[in-house]
Design a protein around this ligand. Structure first.
Ligand code: FES
Length: 132
């Protein structure tokens, strides 16, 4: 199987079998945001202990890329310090997705990172520029 096919499989697997999907009761941090182009939304809840993300769940609805990206991102950040999320750049998540993301799908791919950053910074929303 070519590398590209493996990455497509990886995305589809996260879409069909999302990791850390759901909501948390009484989350320490939470945020939600949507893609204004399509109306898709993601919410992310965090439990935090001693500055570390001890649990994270995402919910919402959206396209394959946005949902797979949220699932992959939760795996990347679970157990990590909050500072790890603050330092994550869009290229880190795009690299983890593993397939080329064209400009039209960039908002889909990065929606989850915007939500995670909004939650850890305690903001309502973060701008696309804040992911650079
Ligand atoms: Fe809506 Fe991708 S089409 S987030």
């Amino acid at each position: 199987m070519a590398d590209f096919d493996i990455y497509v499989e990886h995305i589809l697997d996260h879409y069909k079998n999302p990791r850390n999907r759901g909501t948390l009761e009484n989350p320490d941090l939470t945020a939600r945001d949507g893609n204004p182009l399509c109306g898709d939304e993601i919410r992310m809840d965090f439990k935090v202990k001693d500055g570390r993300i001890v649990d994270v769940k995402f919910s919402g609805h959206g396209c394959t890329i946005s949902q797979a990206s949220a699932s992959i991102l939760t795996e990347m950040i679970k157990g990590k310090p909050l500072d790890y999320v603050k330092q994550l750049k869009k290229d880190d998540l795009l690299e983890a997705l593993g397939i080329p993301i064209g400009p039209t799908r960039l908002k889909c791919a990065l929606l989850s990172l915007k939500v995670a950053k909004a939650a850890v910074y305690g903001l309502d929303k973060v701008r696309d520029e804040d992911l650079e």
